[in-house]
Design a binder for this molecule. Structure first.
Ligand code: TIU
Length: 222
């Protein structure tokens, strides 16, 4: 079993029991005119994660590892959208409203799609999630359990929101999480840094933080 150098200490990775989970790399968060921009953010800040995540994705596929993609969004009738989430931010154009990439954060709309650079391929489960955490109101735990997965390699956006929420949910369910610092991104550099520090502090209270290169090498990629 490869040992991955990371913090707070090296992680013994079992690729047969590990899954790559790519959180919400959707046009709505990474491209202008989507939900991220509607919240007032500079969406270009998230793009740093695309190339390294693509390399990890290629290595995971090559190694035969389970790859799971998640997407934050809601049913077209918005029946799974909590009124409190809809109201949050008092946005002029918010969830469910029309934007340049279709209705914001609504399933089936162009903005809800995963960016083309990281598009899922056949056999890779795509988990649609109405909340920030990927376990809340989804079948992610069942998918992982049924495949015997105990370790998660986590990439995606944003570091302190959906990545952190998902890692906390996973940790409480007994999964070991390794977050790759160059494969996650935030609209706020200081939240990115603190989001990662919160995970690995106190002996790895929520999990491990590493980078893509040693993981790719351990998987036999380049
Ligand atoms: N996927 C995710 O992180 N959803 C968010 O709403 N993130 C923000 O940082 N707003």
């Amino acid at each position: 079993m490869p040992t991955i150098p990371c913090e707070p200490y090296p992680l013994m990775l079992d690729p047969r029991r590990a899954a790559l989970v790519i959180i919400d790399m959707q046009r709505d968060f990474l491209e202008p005119g989507g939900f991220g921009a509607a919240l007032g953010n500079d969406v270009s800040l998230l793009r740093r994660a695309i190339v390294p995540t693509g390399r990890v994705l290629a290595a995971a596929r090559q190694a035969g590892m389970l790859v799971i993609h998640t997407r934050e969004g809601h049913r077209p009738d918005l029946s799974d959208l909590p009124p409190a989430k809809k109201a949050r931010g008092k946005l002029k154009t918010g969830i469910g409203d029309a934007g340049p990439m279709g209705r914001i954060l609504v399933q089936g709309e162009p903005g809800h799609d995963i960016i083309p650079e990281l598009a899922p391929i056949a056999g890779e489960p795509v988990v649609d999630k109405p909340g920030k955490g990927a376990f809340h109101a989804t079948d992610l735990d069942a998918i992982l359990h049924n495949r015997g997965i105990t370790q998660l390699i986590v990439c995606g956006v944003t570091t302190e929101v959906c990545v952190n929420t998902t890692v906390r949910e996973a940790n409480d369910r007994g999964y070991e999480c390794l977050v790759l610092e160059d494969c996650v991104g935030s609209y706020f550099p200081e939240f990115h840094e603190m989001g990662l520090r919160m995970i690995k502090a106190q002996g790895g209270i929520f999990g491990w933080v590493g980078s893509s290169k040693p993981l790719i090498e351990a998987l036999g990629g380049s």
